[in-house]
Structures are given as C-alpha cells and as structure tokens.
Design a protein around this ligand. Sequence first.
Ligand code: NDP
Length: 617
Amino acid sequence: MSTVGEGAISYDAKALREKYLEERDKRLRRDGLRQYIEAAGEFADFSDDPYVGRPAPRPAVTEDLDVAVIGGGFGGLLTAAKLRDRGMGSFRIIEQAGDFGGTWYWNRYPGVRCDIEAYIYMPLLEEVGTIPQERYATGQEIFAHCQAIGRHYRLYERALFQTKVTKIVWDESRARWQIHTHRGDRLNARFVTVSQGPLAKVKLPGIPGIRDFQGKLFHSSRWDYAYTGGDQQGGQTKLATERVAVIGTGATAVQIVPKLARHAGHLFVFQRTPSAIDRRGNAPTDLNWFSGLPRGWQRRRMHNFLSIISGQPQAEDLVADQWTDFWKRFGAAMAAHQASGSRVSPMEVMQRIDYAKMGELRARCAGIIENPRTAAAVQPWYNYLCKRPLFSDEFLEAFNRDNVTLIDTDGRGVGAITKSGVVFDGHEYAVECIIFATGFDVGAPPHKVGGYQLIGKHGVSLDTKWADGVRSLHGTQMSGFPNFHIVGGTAQGSTAFNFTHILAMQAEHAAELIDRSLRGGVRTQEVTPDAERRWLATMQAKHHDMAQFYEDCTPGFLNNEGEFRDKPTFVGATYGGGPIEYQRVIEEWRASGVETDTTRTYVEEPIARSPAAVSSL
Ligand code: NDP
C-alpha cells in the first residue's frame, strides 16, 4: 500500500485511483451527450420567458447601421460599451430577453450568486461606478449592474428587446449583413458581433415521462415565483405544504437547495454525481478598502487572478480565495519537486495535490452532515477539475433538516417521471413540484445557441463551413464571413473560470478592429483561409493532450459526458497556451498581423462615423 500524506490528509493512492475509476464506470452511459433533451420542439416551452409579458407591439425596424450587436448579456454589453468608448453610436443590440443581463437575466432562482469574486467578475466597475455589496455578488446585484452598464453607456436607446434573430445573411452587393428578426425587422449592418453566451441553451434530462407529470415542472433558469412565492433572496413560502423535487446537484442546485429547504413542506434532492463543494467565505465589501483602490485596479486584479489560475505565479495574490489557493498549491508543489530533483513525474505530483484537495472536501461532508449515510453519499470521488468546483456554506448543512432528503441514485440518475412524482429504483417519490437544475448545452456554436441561420459569402452557412470542425482565426473571425466577430468564442478561442475576462478581451478585439475599419475606409475585412490554416496549426501545436485526464474523469459537460475522443471538449477546443497568452496573441495580431492575415476592400471615401451617431454621444 502506498500511503502518501499531503497536508493533513493521508491516503492510499492506488485504492483511491481504483475508487475513482469504479465511480466513473457507474456513470458512463452509451447515450453520452444524447441523453439530454433540447428545450425545443415539443419542449420549447421550457425556454419561454417567465419574467416579462408579451412584447408590446412595435413597427418593424428597417435600418442601415454600422454594427449589429447580437446578444445583450455581458458579451454584447462589453462590445457596445467599447464601441461607445470609441465614439460609435450607429449600432443596435438585439436581444431576445426583455432586458440586458444574459445569464443573469435568465437565472433568477432563489440563492443565485456568482462564484467568482465580484471585484473581478463584474466588468466595468470603475467606469460605471458600481460598488459590489459583497465579495461574491447575488444574481440580482449582477443583473442590476448589467442594467447600470446599459444606462451608463446609453445602450437602452439602441436595444431591441424581446426580439429574436432568425437569420443573418451576407449581402455581397452592398457589403452588409442583413439581420432578420421574428418581429419583421431588417437591419443592414456593416459589421456584426455575436455573443450568445456559453450557458444560454437550456438542457433537459432525458428522463422518460416528463410530459406525464401533472404538477408544476420548470427548469431552474425559468423560475416561477408566482408558484413558489418569495424572491431570489428566499421566502418560497408558497411551497410550505408542497413536496418538491430538485433534479441535479451541480452549481445551480447547490444554491437553490438551501433556500427551498427553509420553506418546502418536503424537499427531495435527486443526486446522480456529488459535487466538490468548498466553503464559500463571503463577506461584505469593505468600503474603506474599496474607495482607496487606485485607478486601473480592476484590470490589474483580473489579470492577477487569471495569471495565477493559468499557472503563472505572481508576486502577490490579490484575490486570495479558494480558486487561487488550489493553483498556488500546485505551483508550490511543482517548485518543491523541481528543487528536490525527485524522480516522481510532475503528473504524479499534481495528482497528489488533487487527491489531498478532494480528501479535504470529502472530510468536509463528513464534518457537516450528521447522518453518516447521507454524508458518505455526497462525497465526490474524482479529480477536482473533472467537474466545476463549487462553494457553499449552506448546501451540505441543508441535509441536517428533517424536511430534506437526499435521494442518491448512485450514478444512475432518475429513472422516470410519472403523473404524480419521480421514480428511482422502483420507488415513486410523490411530489407536487419538480425543478430541473440540469444545466445548459455548454459550448454549442453561436448560431445554434441563438437559434438563427448564419449564411456567409456565396450562400455558405456556418454549419457547412464547420461541418468538419471549427475553422477560424482566434475563435473570433472566419474566412467567408467578412466583418463578422464572435465575442465569447471559446472554440479555437479561449475560456476561463472568470468568463467575463475573456469577453472583455474579445469585445476589445472586435471594437478595435471595427473602429479601425470604419476610420480607414475599409469596406470589407476578411481573414484569409491561409490565416485560418495557420491558426489551426498553432492550435494543434499548443494543444495539451488531456485524453488521459478526461478518460479518468467522471462524465460531465467538461468531458462531453465521456465522449471526448471524437469531439473536442469545451476546454480542449480552446487555445492551449491559456488565456493570458491568448490575450497577448490577439493584441500582437492587432498591432502587426491584420495586414497579412486579412483581405480588404475599400470604399471610395473613408466612412466617417455617421453624424447622428457622433452627435448622440
Ligand atoms: P450542471 O450541468 O453543472 O449540473 C447539472 C446537474 O444535473 C448535475 O448534477 C447532473 O448530474 C444532474 N443531472 C443531469 N441529468 C440527470 C438525471 N437524469 N438524473 C439526475 N440528475 C441529473 O448545471 P448547473 O446549472 O448546475 O451549472 C451549469 C454551469 O453554470 C456551471 O458549470 C457554472 O459554469 C454555471 N453556474 C455558475 C454558478 C456560480 O458561479 N455559482 C451558479 C450556477 C451555475 P451529473 O453530475 O451526474 O451529470
């Protein structure tokens, strides 16, 4: 037995590995990604907007514009803000929801919060003047900040809400994109930016009998407060006599459960795979500290965090939370390993840190939950980054209540839904309400998330272009799609736990390139197929082979539910040099790559900004 100690926890590495694989094997399914149901067709109502009424009638808009910004979440807001910063006003933001906010518009479930420190997650704090009330902000506060960005940059006057884009087509004769919407609008834009968000496409579990259920059933991102009562802070008192089932124990469920536990007559939590849940450690913002922060602090703090969790040690850890702690442990272990001249492989060193971390989190379950069977059932057995790490000081605690029952399906998931309840292992749990906290189709291409057709030059659709895999430059621009920018492009682009940082990088990229084109009289700018080929080669050269890591992981969206060999994973499809290097690459490209990697046509007269736009500022 090779018992190894790392910190306070010692463990048998061989036995642990076997246990991890055994738990993974319980969860691997033949139907992999196909186990989920899209909220479309007969299930389309799961995506309906419960937060606004029917849109007020308005005449269809027909306009020529400089820029159409598709999506009003942080991606679209950042893009529009950066267009405004450059003096542009001839743009529209088209958003299918009733307001700005994106994921924070939709996700209004009780307890909703962001796991990333508000001071780095909420962009444009300095510009807008928002002071987050707490270190980890509520969804309500983040949504309010999105609205504040909208007001600060006067984006409301440029927004078309409750408007769904149906088709975006390149019109070669006019060198404009035609944007069609379900409300009959026809916008003709020189440039288009699309920001559909990675967490926008509702995913339903493929459990037989969903339509048979006669009680209340909804997805967590479409919360029905009229039914439950209360608000995002809690107070779901209308559930006092109800039996409620929450399906799922991921990031969303971990926040919902403590709130419902307080009020539901009885709460059944159906678990397929336990999450790894660390302590939250929230705190109110120290206003003295905040008011003393020097100009430019937010950018520095974001960079510092991203550097540390990208494995680039910094002299100081400005955020100093559970995220950075984990990466600093890696860094320290690797430094000690190199200094010692040990013959243990670096992978093994990293694995030891991981075993120790997960051991701490399992011990935490046992330390909090009084019922030993429940405490054992919620212990996660996989590597820390196989699933998204979570943080809560209330979730595990909820199982100490008499009205909360964990139904651990031991990896199998819920068997069926009947007209009156949820079935597992032949037993029906009668409930009046079921909440699917089953997540989103992460990483679908923008037009699939947005539900529109995207057709570039010569009538070639993005589906056709990407039939054999994503082809782009930097995950943001594509040959055959001139004047088109993806903001929030992860495939061949980048990602990070602090996703708004990636959005800020790509929004800056798009706004800068659009501004330069307009100033320089550029009619069309299109990356060349050769530039795409070279980027693909760079992607391949930078690619980290994560096959073994994913192979060993319990299934989840990070390893395509175990189907990672034929289809790139969400993370595996990103630039392997990491987000900090990615930022440098795109900045350098803006400085010196545009001439070689794009073809351009010019208008006879440089396009001055539309006067209306400038005067509107
Ligand atoms: P997830 O995809 O993370 O979780 C879905 C849950 O549903 C999993 O527990 C999954 O189990 C379970 N599930 C799926 N099918 C079944 C089934 N048939 N029977 C029982 N259980 C089932 O979705 P979330 O909405 O929780 O989170 C999505 C993402 O949103 C997160 O990764 C995060 O990026 C973001 N988020 C961030 C938050 C934050 O900052 N705090 C809060 C909320 C969300 P299994 O694990 O076995 O697949």
